[in-house]
Design a protein around this ligand. Structure first.
Ligand code: ITT
Length: 208
């Protein structure tokens, strides 16, 4: 099945292609010659994913999905949340975003706690109807960056051991790997996006 992923983020595209597997022909707005960028003016992840999916769906005749993802840090009252991409200012600069996050948590001191989660909402538009799927990954923010895989905030996010164990990943270093330390298949097995995109794929296979 042909499906468009309404994203300009190459890390997300790579992950979704691996999660969906060969049963899906995944296309990007860039491959279709479409400008995927649209202003994310929503107040929630769901609203923003809907804005992105509708923007691309209006320009193609194909099934289409978008995801909006936020990193919620408890000690920061849920920030950066829907502002995760522009936490350190416009420009999608992951290095600057991580630097700001580590410095904000550093200012709060060692007792503030670093519990956090990634939350993704996927909007799928198929046969003119809109459907929503979500996924969450629980964890905590590391004290410093580690790992070279993944993208975005992955080098500072340590998933809970229970999330890893649920996917059969038990042989991990003490203190826990960050998402950027994990091979891509392991991140996809436990991630917020993996959960939401697999739920969408199951729905689509049921429709077919
Ligand atoms: P699109 O809107 O084009 O899909 P984006 O990167 O702007 O791409 P989001 O608004 O959903 O996407 O992303 C919010 C921020 O969270 C952004 O800085 C991402 O790099 C980061 N992010 C998203 N998914 C992530 C993941 O799985 N691991 C780490 N960081 C992630």
């Amino acid at each position: 099945m042909k499906i468009v992923f309404a994203t300009a983020n190459r890390g997300k595209l790579r992950e979704a292609a691996e999660i969906l597997g060969p049963g899906f022909e995944l296309l990007s707005p860039a491959e279709l010659g479409i400008d995927g960028e649209v202003e994310e003016t929503g107040a929630t992840l769901k609203e923003n994913s809907l804005i992105k999916a509708r923007h691309i769906h209006a320009l193609t005749d194909l099934a289409c999905f978008a995801d909006d993802t936020g990193l919620e840090v408890d000690a920061l009252g849920g920030a950066p949340g829907i502002y995760s991409a522009r936490y350190a200012g416009e420009g999608h600069d992951s290095e600057a975003n991580m630097a700001k996050l580590l410095s904000e948590l550093g200012r709060l001191g060692p007792d503030s706690g670093r519990r956090a989660r990634f939350r993704t909402v996927v909007t799928l538009i198929v046969d003119g109807k809109e459907h929503f799927f979500d996924g969450t990954l629980e964890g905590r923010i590391a004290v410093e960056r580690s790992g070279r895989g993944g993208f975005g905030y992955d080098p500072v996010f340590i998933p809970d051991a229970a999330e890893l164990a649920a996917a059969g990943i038990c042989d991990v270093p003490a203190g826990g790997p960050t998402l950027a330390d994990l091979p891509e298949e392991a991140k996809n097995a436990i991630s917020h996006r993996g959960k939401a995109v697999r739920a969408m794929a199951a729905f689509l296979l049921h429709l077919a």
